[in-house]
Design a protein around this ligand. Structure first.
Ligand SMILES: Cc1cc2nc3c(=O)[nH]c(=O)nc-3n(C[C@H](O)[C@H](O)[C@H](O)COP(=O)(O)OP(=O)(O)OC[C@H]3O[C@@H](n4cnc5c(N)ncnc54)[C@H](O)[C@@H]3O)c2cc1C
Length: 406
């Protein structure tokens, strides 16, 4: 039997995981990844760590099994009925199954003023962005990051580690409000302050100032903060131009069902996909979807379905860390038991939301020592037992020696 040729458009985190899993399942498939970037797939979630100097760029490479990886190969059109795709160089290739894994692109809000990296206005989505930003940061002293979600905080942390004075300008009421409650946002702000990162919240309409290069950011109350560079970390939207032009159904993302299909012999996974009305924008979701699709395409799990991924958010590997699971906002607290521990001075905060014996949500800011156990208990729905506090506070390792006890 001839191998089925699987064309994956997008050599990012979803595409790489799919290729590696197809290889692991050893089905009768031949996979080609078409990637627009000059390098093969890499772990995009670690870009801020490359910026901070914690990782080398080449350490981020991801495995792709036995797939053929075509780098610098942008796909400019797909013919769904003819099962063929066209590359930027004009060449045309045919396939049996098509997987769109085109990812997402940064949201660029209209902020007036200078535009683009050559003017000192950056985004951080690719290794190329990271290299440009690092070069600019080498000669800059002051940076403003617009956006105080996980990406904005990670970027601010990285720029502070490079010795810059950093301000975060955030439109929300507190930092990372999609994942954290108000007290956690306050703890994070305290922790960032200790790193020399100042946070402005509730800033709905900052305006960039400068001519050929950015010189500062004007805030709504008339204050002005000087900047040698600005990073826009205002979220990402699914990259859907190719799918739209091919006639596929697109709302926020490429609309897929539980089989991840969007048309006959056509699928979408990762940041470009919209499943049950929601585009996700998380690596964990991209991987879950790639795993399901690999099982289906390799025919090792022809009935596999994707029904959603658990809500898990993490900012790790640095001096300001957090993890959030499930529902933690005020609405989730109604009728639930809530355990909270706060340490305002050190910028630490922990919260556990329980319904009966089960975890509904949890937040850790500052100390992630119990994050693994908490995540396991949350994901498996395991009863928390008689001492739920132990999920927030690790058992002390500093026990007194036997003879010194009273
Ligand atoms: C700095 C940063 C930090 C992050 N941190 C986290 C985190 O801590 N946790 C988490 O869960 N998620 C995080 N994310 C999000 C995570 O990286 C994405 O969810 C994940 O990369 C999605 O994988 P993907 O393959 O769908 O898209 P991507 O990884 O973006 O890959 C898409 C690829 O497709 C290519 N492409 C697009 N169109 C074409 C075309 N027409 N032809 C050829 N190639 C094309 C793009 O160039 C790109 O290489 C972070 C993202 C960033 C940018």
């Amino acid at each position: 039997m001839r191998s089925r040729r699987i064309a994956v458009v997008g050599a990012g985190m979803a595409g790489a995981r799919l290729a590696a899993q197809l290889h692991a399942h050893a089905g009768p498939t031949e996979t080609t990844l078409y990637g627009a970037e000059p390098q093969g797939p890499y772990n995009r979630t670690l870009l801020a760590d490359v910026l901070a100097g914690r990782h080398r760029a080449d350490a981020l490479a991801l495995p792709t099994g036995d797939a053929r990886v075509r780098t610098g190969a942008e796909v400019v059109a797909v013919d769904i009925r003819g099962r063929a795709l066209t590359l930027a160089d004009g060449s045309r290739e045919t396939y049996d199954e098509l997987v769109l894994a085109t990812g997402a692109e940064p949201v660029l809000p209209p902020l007036g003023g200078p535009v683009g990296p050559s003017a000192g206005v950056h985004t951080l989505r690719s290794l190329a962005d990271c290299a440009r930003l690092a070069r600019d940061a080498d000669t800059a002293a002051r940076a403003v990051v617009i956006g105080g979600g996980v990406l904005g905080i990670a970027t601010a942390r990285a720029l502070a580690a490079r010795g810059l004075t950093v301000r975060i300008v955030h439109r929300g009421p507190h930092l990372a409000e999609r994942h954290l409650d108000r007290l956690a946002g306050t703890a994070l702000r305290t922790a960032l302050d200790r790193l020399g990162v100042t946070v402005h919240t509730g800033e709905r309409a900052p305006v960039l100032e400068g001519g050929e290069r950015v010189t500062g950011v004007a805030l709504a109350d008339g204050r002005r903060t000087a900047a040698d560079l600005v990073v826009l970390a205002c979220g990402a939207r699914p990259r859907t131009g190719l799918a739209r032009a091919a006639g596929l159904a697109v709302r926020h993302g490429v609309m897929v069902d539980d089989t991840l299909a969007c048309a006959p012999h056509t699928y979408a996974i990762g940041d470009c996909a919209e499943h049950r009305g929601v585009p996700q924008g998380l690596a964990t979701t991209a991987w879950d979807q790639a795993d399901v699709l690999a099982a289906r395409l390799s025919r090792t799990g022809p009935g596999a379905r994707y029904t959603g991924s658990p809500a898990l958010a993490r900012l790790t590997a640095g001096p300001v860390e957090y993890a959030a699971f499930g529902s933690c906002d005020d609405a989730a607290e109604e009728g639930a038991d809530v355990l909270r521990i706060g340490d305002a001075t050190r910028g630490a905060y922990k919260k556990l939301v329980l319904r009966g014996d089960r975890i509904v949500g949890a937040i850790l800011v500052g100390d992630l020592a119990t994050a693994g156990g908490l995540a396991r208990a949350f994901l498996t729905g395991r009863p928390v037992g008689p001492d739920p506090l132990s999920l927030l506070v690790p058992p002390s390792s500093a026990r007194l020696p036997e003879e010194s006890r009273p």
